[in-house]
Write a protein of this length. Structure first.
Length: 764
């Protein structure tokens, strides 16, 4: 037989709080209005403790304490207690309190309140007591809803009501007043979870045991839901109601419990199932054979997800134990064949163990408890629906433990942290100190403080991390600006985060963003840059001499940082003589002085020049050259009327065709070639006009028989255009003819190569 125990088999939060409070307060002069919860065992234990149960506030003596249970009460009871001087300890469930506030506001606004629930249930009677206006209670979809026609209706539900019945009532109500219905889903989420789990377990089992008080409304709902999915559903108020005969032939039995059912009752049912099974096996051989078969069947691991089924029958390791022991027995002497293997945990013991592991406690959870008593070894507290939990003195947050000191604190609240959950829950007060420090940090984070975590993992939605005991989640869209494709690359890296929200329903899971920090820093940098740029453009003008550092170079120039702003020094503005590479003039990382050439404030651009602060070659020519001197140079250009010889970078001179040789030349190319190095004599020098005339033949001896120098042949028709000459020297076009004429008319001085280049540019 496989036993499946529902995960939600302990007190709900509202019941837990009420039970903890009732067992922690001094019982003297304490009263409870009605049964604390719908569970006879708990009510009996409270009575034995000395707590009295009353049905009205009038039964409570003045000066006494009245505990209001989780169902809540109407407003008039609070007024009655105040008049009688009765101290009220309010344990109304938070979900019930929310519903009370909804109906109270609806009544104050003149709306009609519709309540889906049992009209005789104490919670529903309490809700009615909070509504000052018109109200109606509906328990079935077949009720008459016509009384709501034309009214402005607010619909709520009893927190333990059936989710399906609530939906049916809501649908029928909307048919009557389709536009004036405001629906609030006030069914407790734990109730919904229990109902869904009950349906699932019932559909998968041969029989279902529903444990809970006979008067418990939520237990009745679970019974109804289970009955709709399983043919054999048995309701138990306690272990005394259980009979093994009803389930002995079932292979799979489910156990579910109401929200007011304490965990010890579930354990008692499991233990009784085990005891009764053993008795049946001893007295009924046939049953024993069937039972052994079912145990053998459950020996293999059951592949069920942990979230769906609370326990498995037997683990794989436990399944191996009987086989190993059987082999060992086979090797023993034949004189002892009747001996059986040593007992191992059966399915019921495993179910109990799994039930203990699946209790509501989770590692790292904070628990508020009340001190019940103190011993020499530690204290007993009441917390989370358990009557007594022992806390060792080593886990108490005190310098030196004293029984007397803690005995004097009986009834006082104490904060504890769950440090272990297996094999059973262990609570510690010392561990809370670290949590308090983390909560202080969390307060700073809520106030906007930046914090850092190391990314520990990913999911399809983003990155995960931990801040102490708090889980942290960074959605993918909050990692940085833009889409992040590869989340895995962030694992192990430090994230700088700011809080977006805290999801308290998930043990204060922190939802955070790194993007907001990066975008804020970028905006800050851009604002600072804009401020610097504005100041820079206010302080700079064309003609200024500035100092800058060469940051980087390209094939078209150098980017220079001037007061933190990038300015461009074009390659044409680096040297008067021209350069092929920027690094021939400037070195990256060094500082130089530049002249501001252009300021474009609209486009945020500044052009600067380096050569403008350097002397031009012609500025120094007068110191280097003089008429009559012999110079050495290289032929850089040949034209029909002569050749240009470069003396140094930026300075060249003209050797007229007549000054190349003592012989008459039709074209200079017959004697000279580009790149040829020659010696020449300066025949004329005018630094102001940047012109030098050179003569090569002046350095050569006159021939013995000197021919008469002839001028080039001209056409007879003076108006006819000169003919083109396609010989190796190039064309004698109109431009060259003008240069020739200028040289001739201008006397001694010829045009430099720079002048010719300039002239070409102007004509273009």
């Amino acid at each position: 037989m496989q036993v499946v125990v529902a995960e939600n088999c302990v007190f709900c939060e509202g019941v837990r709080r009420a039970v903890d409070t009732a067992f922690s307060l001094p019982p003297e002069n304490m009263y409870v209005l009605g049964e604390l919860i719908h569970n006879p065992d708990v009510v009996k234990k409270l009575t034995e403790r000395g707590v009295k149960t009353v049905s009205s506030a009038e039964e409570v003596p003045s000066g006494s304490t009245l505990l209001i249970r989780s169902h809540g009460v109407g407003r008039e009871l609070y007024d009655a207690c105040e008049r009688r001087g009765v101290h009220v300890v309010d344990c109304t469930c938070g979900f019930v309190r929310r519903t009370q506030n909804i109906v109270r506001r609806a009544g104050e606004e003149g709306k009609t309140v519709a309540i889906a629930g049992d009209p005789d249930h104490p919670e529903v009677r309490g809700l009615v007591g909070w509504c000052a206006g018109e109200k109606f209670v509906f328990s079935s979809k077949d009720d008459d809803f016509s009384v709501l026609r034309g009214k402005n209706v607010v619909l709520v539900a009893q927190t333990t009501f059936s989710e399906q019945r609530f939906s049916e009532i809501a649908e029928n109500l909307k048919k009557v007043s389709p536009k004036t219905v405001e629906i609030f889903g006030t069914i407790c989420y734990t109730t919904v979870c229990r109902q869904q789990e009950a349906a699932k377990i019932a559909a998968e089992c041969d029989a279902v045991l529903v444990i809970g008080g006979a008067e418990s409304s939520n237990t009745s709902r679970l019974y109804e839901i289970a009955s709709a999915h399983c043919g054999k559903v048995i309701r138990l108020t306690s272990a005394d109601d259980f009979e093994y005969e009803t389930v002995k032939f079932c292979k799979r039995v489910g156990i579910i419990a109401g929200a007011s059912t304490p965990d010890w009752q579930t354990r008692e049912v499991l233990f009784k199932m085990e005891e009764n099974k053993a008795e049946v096996q001893e007295t009924t051989p046939v049953v024993e054979e069937v039972a052994e078969e079912t145990v053998a069947e459950t020996a293999a691991p059951v592949e069920e997800p942990a979230a769906e089924v609370a326990t498995e029958a037997v683990t794989a390791e436990e399944a191996k134990e009987p086989a190993a022991e059987a082999e060992q027995k086979a090797e023993e002497p034949a004189a002892q064949p009747e001996e059986k293997p040593a007992p191992v945990k059966n399915e019921f013991e495993q179910a109990v163990d799994a039930f203990e592991k699946n209790e509501r406690y989770k590692k790292g959870q904070l628990v508020t408890a009340h001190i019940v008593s103190a011993t020499d070894e530690g204290i007993y507290v009441s917390a989370s629906g358990k009557l007594e939990i022992f806390i060792e003195k080593a886990d108490l947050d005190c310098e030196e433990y004293s029984r007397e000191a803690y005995a004097s604190r009986v009834g006082e609240e104490i904060r504890l942290m769950v440090v272990e959950v297996v094999p059973k829950a262990k609570l510690s007060e010392k561990a809370v100190r670290k949590i308090l420090e983390e909560e202080a940090l969390l307060k700073d984070i809520e106030d906007g403080k930046e914090f850092s975590v190391v990314c520990t993992g990913t999911n399809k939605g983003g990155l995960t991390a931990e801040l102490g005991t708090y889980p942290v989640f960074v959605p993918a869209r909050e990692i940085r600006s833009g889409y992040v494709k590869e989340l895995d690359k962030y694992v192990g890296k430090t994230l700088r985060l700011k809080l977006i929200e805290i999801r308290k329903e998930r043990r204060k899971e922190i939802i955070a963003s790194q993007r907001v920090i990066l975008e804020a820093e970028r905006a800050e940098r851009e604002a600072a840059r804009a401020e610097r740029e504005a100041a820079f453009f206010e302080s700079i003008a064309v003609g200024d001499v500035v100092e800058g550092k060469v940051e980087r170079v390209t094939n078209f120039g150098a980017f220079v940082s001037v007061n933190g702003f990038d300015c461009l020094a074009h390659i044409s503005d680096l040297s008067w003589t021209g350069v092929k590479n920027v690094t021939d003039v400037l070195e990256i990382g060094k500082r130089y002085e530049f002249k501001v050439l252009k300021v474009d404030r609209d486009n945020k651009k500044v052009s600067i020049g380096y050569k403008q602060l350097q002397q031009q070659p012609w500025d120094l020519a007068a110191e280097k050259y003089a008429e009559g001197e012999i110079v050495h140079g290289k032929v850089v250009r040949i034209v029909p009327f002569g050749a240009f010889v470069e003396l140094e970078k930026g300075i060249d001179g003209l050797v007229h065709v007549s000054q190349i040789s003592h012989e008459w030349l039709e074209n200079p190319t017959s004697v000279l070639t580009i790149g040829q190095e020659v010696d020449a004599k300066i025949t004329a020098f005018n630094p102001a006009e940047r012109k030098i005339n050179l003569s090569i033949k002046a350095l050569e001896p006159r021939p013995e028989f000197e021919h008469t120098e002839r001028e080039p042949r001209r056409d007879r028709d003076e108006n006819r255009r000169p003919r083109k000459n396609n010989r190796r020297g190039g064309n004698t076009d109109g431009e060259d003819e003008e240069e020739y004429r200028e040289w001739k008319e201008g006397g001694a001085f010829g045009a430099s190569i720079a002048d010719l280049i300039g002239k070409d540019d102007e004509e273009k």
